[in-house]
Design a protein around this ligand. Structure first.
Ligand code: T1G
Length: 692
């Protein structure tokens, strides 16, 4: 059973008990409705309280049902809410914790609501490409006003019951003891002579609603082309009409959004990110090690960001450097970063003081030997890693986890510098490490399962999204972006220019095109990797135009010029005549007649290069599932979330069509770069998708 029924002397408590967040599955909806009917039929019952067990009152509709017939199987959430709202006996919601989406809508259908001050309140459906589909767009404006409701619904942002205590949304907000307070409240109103209040009976007040809603709609339309935010405005606007009419408008909008590719992609992303930390051969109940103290070796850009990630989560960090000067610079940079955040109003001086108090600095390994986890972020050179890991092996207490932040080097080789390879793991943070959510957890052949369980749980604790990768050059993300960059270079040889390529993928939804991105990261870094690759794998051919650019000293923003020209203090990228002339000359030198290339071809070649390499990565077992590839690209490489990630996007296009396009490009310029991945071919032939 996922609902409990308890008669407490005339007040019935219906308790939702559907772990992990009391999702309103068909079973749970049926349980609530049956309990309501039972309470209504029982003359001894004077009032009803609806409560939730565990970590949530309710996290909303059970999204695991979406896309299945159960999602709309009667009793729907609307039916449950209608029954509650029509009850002659008062129904009180006891909100002790999370009330989100359909969970908040369930509470909105109750006559009264008692909540804990810090209970998290949200209608986050828009983040799933939807909108509140069980009356939330109609009842919330009646509870907190049109503007506040629209802001909450369009942004999907989370607030607390305390922040809304002054509104009609809550009849009582308490520090704790919510259930007792709700039960007491129920007894007090049980014999109230007047009808119990229903939000649906209120009218939405706003002196200039039309103007305000018109402005809101225009603003949203200007910020992007996603359907859900606009439908949110339409549905909330309908709350100005009689309630039942507004409800119909909401229902039409919800049904429409449920079938959009954007919503399918956003729902896929939601689950992909939560599935990523589940490693097939690491049982979910694997005992994680206790991490209470962290050490970071290296106070450079990455070391500082990594240290801040832990400080921000309240974990003490010891930063170790080799010289006092380097250490001082690292500490100063961390403080300055916090001060900058404070200037934006996102951090208080007390919070800065608290975080800095958790940070200690040292030049001695003696001061870190008691740490539970040590993360090395020194120079990306194997001899430097060897020196550090031999020292760590000698100094660190038994059971400490020894992690490397390496982005390219072999974690098995690093582990071989120690006598405890089972304690060694890669923790590849993305710069800036205190901001980027993605964490690639690189498992060596001998990395212990409990180490993986520990690091993936720790990632969530510090607000990161962990994806476990096997050992290969570039792990998951950087290995794939190399193929993406190859195609970008070949496109220049054949007729495209940097600004066209960037514009095409940015229109597709990428945060930044390949050339603006590498100008920011540094063309010299890519140059060094290409040189290394050319030695290791002479068959690895790529456009030489990137090398020519570096030979011109155009390393990117850091040199004031790269693929684009930059002006001092201005991060805008200006197309460069010098570079474009060089590109055209290079095509002539290659004897290539430049051709006009469509944006569609540009997007296909860049995205399918990711998809094909992703298929190889899954096939080799470097990633355990295709959705992990999506999680990496959504959280570390600016892939548009409303497209769900490269693998989900390929499924939406149809793998047959992707394979057909790849075969076409394999017959073109530098076609040998297109080796159709066997997994992609197999699934295409079977008419299946990666995420089936
Ligand atoms: N349905 C099913 N499972 C859910 C779920 C949901 N609504 N929310 C979370 N889970 C699972 C999640 O997959 C994970 O599973 C576990 O719970 C812990 O999640 C009609 C149509 C509630 C704030 O969008 O924001 O209502 O990995 O790691 O950090 O209008 O989960 O353990 O197997 O995120 O403590 C609207 C989404 C639905 C809320 C908890 N509701 N959830 O955060 O844990 S649509 C949402 C969250 C809807 C109505 C519409 C968060 C959380 P597993 P977690 P957390």
């Amino acid at each position: 059973m996922t609902t409990q029924y308890q008669d407490r002397g005339g007040v019935v408590v219906i308790t939702l008990d559907n772990p992990p967040v009391n999702g309103l599955s068909h079973r749970t909806r049926t349980g609530i409705l049956d309990a309501m009917v039972r309470a209504l039929d029982d003359d001894g019952v004077n009032a009803v309280v609806i409560a939730g067990t565990g970590n949530a009152f309710s996290g909303g509709a059970d999204i695991r049902e979406f896309g299945t017939p159960m999602a709309f199987q009667e009793p729907t959430l609307q039916t449950v809410i209608d029954t509650i709202e029509a009850s002659p006996k008062p129904v009180v919601a006891a909100i002790h914790s999370v009330a989100m989406g359909g969970g908040l809508e369930l509470a909105l259908g109750c006559h009264y609501r008692v909540a804990a001050k810090d209970a998290l309140i949200a209608l986050p459906e828009v983040k799933l490409g939807l909108l509140p589909g069980a009356g939330g767009t109609q009842r919330l404006p009646r509870a907190i006003g049109l503007e506040a409701a629209l802001n909450m619904i369009v942004s999907g942002k989370t607030t607390t019951a305390g922040a809304l205590a002054h509104t009609r949304l809550f009849d009582q907000v308490v520090e704790d003891g919510v259930l007792e307070a709700a039960e007491k409240y129920a007894r007090n109103v049980a014999h109230s002579p007047s009808a119990h209040p229903r939000l649906r009976d209120l009218a939405v007040q706003h002196e200039s609603a039309e103007a305000y809603l018109g402005y809101a709609g225009a603003t949203i339309a200007a910020t992007g082309n996603l359907p859900a935010p606009l439908k949110c405005v339409e549905a909330v606007a309908a709350s100005l009409r009689p309630f039942d009419q507004g409800l119909l408008a909401e229902r039409d909008a919800f049904q429409y959004l449920m079938s959009t590719p954007e919503s399918r992609a956003l729902r896929h992303a939601f689950f992909a990110e939560r599935a990523a930390s589940k490693v097939p051969d690491v049982p979910f109940d694997t005992l994680a090690r206790k991490i209470a103290k962290v050490a970071v070796i290296g106070g450079g850009l990455m070391g500082r960001g990594i240290g801040m990630s832990f400080l921000n989560a309240g974990l003490p960090v010891t930063l170790l450097e080799t010289t006092a000067d380097a250490l001082a610079r690292g500490l100063e940079a961390i403080r300055r970063s916090y001060e900058d955040t404070a200037k934006k109003g996102k951090l208080s001086q007390d919070q800065i003081a608290e975080r800095m108090s958790l940070l200690t600095a040292t030049l001695s390994y003696d001061d870190i030997k008691g740490a539970d986890l040590v993360i090395e972020a020194v120079f990306e050179d194997m001899s430097a890693k060897e020196a550090v890991f031999r020292k760590l092996d000698e100094m660190m207490r038994p059971g400490a986890i020894l992690a490397s932040n390496t982005s390219t080097l072999d974690v098995d080789t690093i582990a071989s510098f120690t006598k405890r390879p089972h304690d060694v793991v890669g923790m590849h943070f993305f710069s800036p490490a205190n901001v980027m959510k993605l964490l690639e957890v690189v498992r060596g052949k001998k990395t212990g399962r409990d180490v993986l369980a520990t690091v993936t749980a720790l990632a969530k604790r510090i607000g990161k999204t962990a994806v476990v990768s096997g050992v290969c050059d570039g792990f998951i993300g950087n290995r794939m972006i190399e193929q993406y960059s190859r195609q970008a270079g070949f496109l220049l040889d054949e007729g495209a220019l940097p600004e066209q390529v960037d514009r095409a993928v940015e229109r597709f939804g990428f945060a930044m095109g390949p050339f603006r991105m590498i100008d920011m990261a540094g063309n010299d870094i890519a140059w060094a990797i290409r040189k290394r690759r050319a030695v290791e794998n002479p068959a690895f051919n790529y456009s030489k135009v990137g090398d020519l650019l570096c030979e011109m000293g155009r390393f990117g923003q850091k040199t004031g010029k790269g693929w684009y020209d930059y002006k001092p203090g201005d991060r805008k990228a200006y197309p460069s005549k010098e570079v474009n002339d060089m590109i055209v000359r290079h095509s002539e030198d290659l004897g290539i007649a430049r051709r006009r290339i469509s944006d569609e071809e540009i997007v296909e070649r860049l995205v399918y290069a990711l998809v094909n390499e992703g298929a190889l990565i899954v096939e080799e077992g470097i990633a355990s599932k295709a959705s992990d590839i999506d999680t990496v690209y959504l959280n570390g490489y600016g892939f548009p979330r409303f497209r769900g990630g490269p693998m989900h996007y390929a499924d939406e296009v149809g793998l047959y069509n992707v394979a057909r396009s790849i075969r076409k490009y394999a017959r073109g310029y530098q076609g040998q770069a297109w080796q159709l991945a066997p997994l992609l071919k197999k699934l295409a032939d079977l008419g299946q998708g990666f995420n089936d």
